[in-house]
Design a protein around this ligand. Sequence first.
Ligand code: ADP
Ligand code: MG
Length: 310
Amino acid sequence: MTKTVAVLKGGWSPEREVSLTTGRACADALREAGYRVVELDVTRDLRALIDALRPAHAAGPDVVFNALHGRWGEDGCVQGVLEILAIPYTHSGVLASALAMDKPMSRKVFSDIGLRCPEGMVIERRVLLTGDPMPRPYVVKPIDQGSSIGVHIVNAGDNLAAVEQAEARYGERVLIERYIPGRELTVAVLGDRAIAVTELRPRVKFYDYEAKYTDGITEHLVPAPIAKPVYDEAMRWALAAHRALGCDGLTRSDFRWDESAPGTDGLFILEINTQPGMTPLSLAPEQAIWSGLSFPQLMRWMVENARCPS
Ligand SMILES: Nc1ncnc2c1ncn2[C@@H]1O[C@H](COP(=O)(O)OP(=O)(O)O)[C@@H](O)[C@H]1O
Ligand SMILES: [Mg+2]
């Protein structure tokens, strides 16, 4: 029996465009893997979503492939709807998604299990108008966005009032972190194993939205050409983060490595992504492909290992 898979894509977060790209790529690969596919562009019309997933006079999809990014699709909200409808869905559940989306909360869990995070604090955004909360350079970021949206690196000479203004649309509180110089690493976890470490070398000043989604701006090096102890530590930490938050399926954890520190002392975890980018050129699928799993095979794994609400 051919399974029908509903791909949820789009949504209305600032990452809508990224999700449409992910959704299209996943839908194509799912068809290639032999599934019947229905693509659903998700809006705030919850009734329409429920009607599509649980039609009154027809069989609904067997599995939901969640290709949403950002708020509502990545933070536990849509996962809650799928739990209520009792449809198996890919990626993480309600709690893990909510914890991962909220950077201060995930930092608490990381620290709890001994993973090093950059020194940081949550402040009222307006406090930025009274001066630097820590010595420059430091990073200001929204509590709960992705794709580097709203991430600012504050260097000597930068205008703090402009940063405060730019953050205004993301809420009243911001996360401040010490800037970690050095290299950018990421590790995908699939099921119960970390796949590989990729080093990202953006040809622009930092790994911002443009560097993430413009072809050719960022070089991906897999496996990362770094010291073995650091490679192994990043693999261990990504798996530990995935487990500590209770994640499922595929996740991707982002790191900085300050190579001027001895041993693994310069390794810092920034965040875990429960809905990582999913085109064949995205980081997590790229690692899967490097490890011998084709993109359609990865899709098949995710559908067959979808989380079943009880
Ligand atoms: N503390 C930090 N030190 C250095 N660079 C950082 C720091 N925090 C974020 N960055 C840069 O900003 C990018 C995005 O930050 P991240 O915390 O991964 O948020 P998201 O990807 O969810 O927007 C990182 O990949 C990194 O390049
Ligand atoms: Mg990130």
